[in-house]
Design a protein. Structure first.
Length: 146
């Protein structure tokens, strides 16, 4: 997706990290937010590359979600593991990206990311509920990458 904004990207990392932690307490899935420092003219391709990197060392990121934002390209993508796609199909991702775009167009990046995390978390909780004892690891956080 692409959006147009006139303000610099300002994100309250603590608020987004808190939303990730709250969402992950309800699911066995993981939610990642990655803010790229570089241009990403093809955000879906870039997101998939990063998503694969996040899954290294794990059997499969079948129920993981990555929200990838490339402010220098004014673009973003939301990708998920194949288990999620089997449960919700492409329509969910299109609707989620469209709703996040509304926030981003207004320059409200924190609320857009929190909204995306909450919606993805609700979907994960519905189809991949948390096992007793939680996800087995610390919650993910907002990450910047080169």
């Amino acid at each position: 997706m692409r959006w147009i904004f006139s303000t610099p990207l300002a994100v309250d990392h603590e608020r987004v990290t808190a939303a990730i932690a709250a969402a992950e307490r309800r699911t066995s899935g993981r939610i990642h937010v990655l803010i790229a420092r570089h241009r990403a003219p093809r955000p879906v391709e870039a997101a998939r590359r990063h998503f694969e990197r996040l899954g290294e060392g794990r059997a499969t990121p079948a129920n993981d979600v990555l929200i990838f934002v490339a402010p220098r390209s004014r673009s973003f993508a939301v990708v998920g593991g194949r288990g999620i796609h089997e449960k919700c199909g492409a329509a969910f991702w299109s609707e989620l990206a469209a709703s996040m775009t509304g926030y981003f167009k207004k320059g409200d990046f924190t609320d857009g990311l929190v909204h995306g995390v909450e919606r993805a978390g609700a979907l994960l909780a519905e189809h991949f509920p948390a096992a007793a004892g939680g996800t087995g690891g610390p919650p993910d956080k907002v990450e910047d990458t080169d």
